[in-house]
Design a binder for this molecule. Structure first.
Ligand code: ZN
Ligand code: ZN
Length: 561
């Protein structure tokens, strides 16, 4: 197995007839999926998603893939293929289109519809859309694309086969192999087999659940659990799930009809996505079941079902506000039932348990993944991956979509089925497919690009480090005035702190040592205010560290009068 090497440098020019694969995100993290394919001087991009920030990214709204390595070559991009409508696959598209708005966008009807409402929010106009279906074949420049139906936790997901002069790549996108999906649209293993017969030179496979043994449970298995919970509830029911999980919402709607309840959506993305899904026929809303939230509130509690966003404990979401009783029209009451019909994304545990505790404190019964089968994964487990390798029989495998442990586990599965060459690459690692063999040939830069309010890419790792220091250690400012004629301290130091010690007299003990240090430096002929500021920082920094065992941010300001 080839591993990521830290010593890798920029790759040389691509050999004639070779295909270059550069993952710019999604390999090393679950999120911001984006892969660039290069053949004959032209580029094809598959997916362009976001990564959601964690606690160590304070203030960050979103994390994007780094477009730097293709920024000069955006005119060479033939198309952007979107495999499905999840945020980690489409969410960064508006940011890429800001740099070139007419990149052809290729995806299924639902994927492009979900993307379309996002593009409108970003006020991007005149974008170019190509709706494709499974079984369809369409060429963009030298990339001959064929789309294959795959089953996932959102309808209308596609795998894509990419044929070029260098051979065939099959990219699964996100998928699983539910044999009895709600919409009957299974992962098309017959197409996988046909492509395998033709010869798949490089197989890019979803690694998310590669460490999970066996097979992912069918989505339909949730239905009897929902039925039981509905049966046991004699008050209002609130169900939180992902705003893109149309089949989950379908099952909740069906349970509501079965139990004579009405349903309202809460949360902007839920309302928006479900309208798109219903309009296109992906969600079947039985007549009379759906009402708006205000109408629902007027009904008896045992007639109410709310379907809400916020299953990951997002602080601004409807469910978090309900749990804090700060939602403007949903008041949680004793005896209500709350179902968290979703996964628990690593990193969100504390936030989710805070919401569960909040709801429980008001007397709600909380049903979640930990105490009932109200969620199944959207990704193929190890058993399904093994099937795929045996059906496709690829020459080379490159695991995608996962942390390094998932990529490695997926690679082991491929090897176990006899795949000769498994390439483990993380974000930025360049893989060339030449003469039927995939090999790592270099590395391009692909750091995190942070979106913070209106700014994209202005916030750096260094600024986040500052934010973490401010958050954890507080802040001290020191202002000193120097008399440039006498070369002595004329006023100050004035010391103020935030998040450190509220009482400014704490600093009385260090004022004289700062004056002494500055006077000494001035007497030695130091004139540069920057150097004098460094002197101040050293004196107070050492004192704070020794006497208070803290490392706050220190901002010294030395002014000449
Ligand atoms: Zn997905
Ligand atoms: Zn994904």
């Amino acid at each position: 197995m080839s591993h990521t090497h830290p010593e890798l440098t920029a790759p040389g020019p691509l050999a004639p007839g070779g295909l270059r694969v550069t993952p710019l995100g999604g390999l090393g993290d679950v999120g911001r999926n984006m892969t660039v394919f290069e053949y004959d001087g032209r580029l094809l991009i598959v997916d362009c998603g976001v990564l959601f920030p964690e606690d160590h990214h304070p203030g960050v709204d979103l994390i994007l893939p780094d477009f730097e390595s293709i920024r000069d070559r955006l005119d060479d991009v033939e198309a952007l293929v979107l495999t499905h409508g999840h945020e980690d696959h489409i969410g960064a598209t508006p940011y890429l289109l800001r740099e070139r708005s007419n990149i052809p966008l290729v995806g299924s009807e639902l994927t492009l519809a979900l993307l379309g409402s996002k593009l409108r929010e970003h006020r991007l106009k005149e974008t170019v859309h190509h709706v494709v279906k499974e079984g369809e074949r369409i060429a963009f420049g030298p990339f001959d694309l064929e789309f294959v139906a795959v089953n996932h936790s959102i309808p209308d997901a596609l795998a894509v086969a990419i044929r070029t002069g260098a051979g065939m790549v099959l990219h699964t996108g996100d998928f699983k192999m539910d044999q009895l999906p709600l919409d009957g649209r299974i992962t098309d293993l017959r197409a996988f087999a046909r492509l395998g017969e033709e010869g798949v030179d490089l197989f890019l496979t979803d690694s998310t659940n590669s460490e999970v043994p066996g097979f992912t449970t069918t989505e339909k298995s949730i239905s009897p659990v929902l039925d039981r919970v509905f049966h046991e509830s004699d008050q209002r029911i609130i169900v939180a799930c992902f705003a893109s999980h149309i089949h989950r919402v379908q099952q909740i709607l069906d349970a509501a009809v079965e139990h004579g309840r009405k349903v309202a959506y809460v949360g902007r993305s839920m309302v928006r996505n479900m309208a798109v899904a219903r309009d296109l026929g992906y969600l079947n809303v039985p007549p009379g079941v759906l009402v708006d939230a205000k109408e629902l509130a007027a009904l008896a509690p045992e007639k109410q079902v709310l379907i809400s966003t916020g299953s990951q404990g997002e602080p601004m979401s409807a469910l978090s506000r309900i749990a804090q009783r700060s939602h403007h029209f949903v008041h949680i009451e004793e005896g209500d039932t709350v179902i968290l019909a979703s996964s628990l994304i690593p990193g969100n545990e504390n936030a989710v348990y805070r919401v569960i505790n909040g709801l429980a404190r008001w007397g709600a019964r909380v049903v979640h993944k930990g105490n009932a089968l109200v969620h199944v994964s959207g990704h193929a487990s190890a058993g399904e991956l093994l099937y795929c390798y045996n059906i496709v029989k690829p020459r080379n495998v490159m695991p995608v979509h996962g942390e390094i442990r998932h990529l490695l586990a997926n690679g082991e599965l491929a090897k176990a089925t006899g795949v000769q060459n498994v390439v483990i690459a993380e974000d930025g690692v360049v893989v060339d497919l030449i003469d039927g063999k995939a090999e790592i040939t270099g590395k391009v830069s692909c750091g995190y690009v942070f979106v913070d309010g209106q700014s994209v890419g202005d916030i750096t790792e260094a600024s986040l480090k500052d934010r973490r220091i401010l958050g954890e250690e507080g802040f001290i400012s020191v202002i000193v005035v120097i008399d440039s004629v006498t070369g002595k301290v004329a006023a100050g130091p004035e010391i103020h702190a935030r998040g450190f010690a509220e009482d400014d007299t704490t600093f009385d003990a260090i004022k004289q040592p700062i004056i002494d240090a500055l006077d000494r430096a001035l007497a030695d002929g130091v004139k540069d205010t920057h150097q004098l500021q460094q002197q101040v920082r050293r004196v107070i920094g050492r004192w704070v560290s020794n006497t208070h065992r803290r490392r706050p941010m220190i901002v010294p300001v030395v002014v000449e009068s």
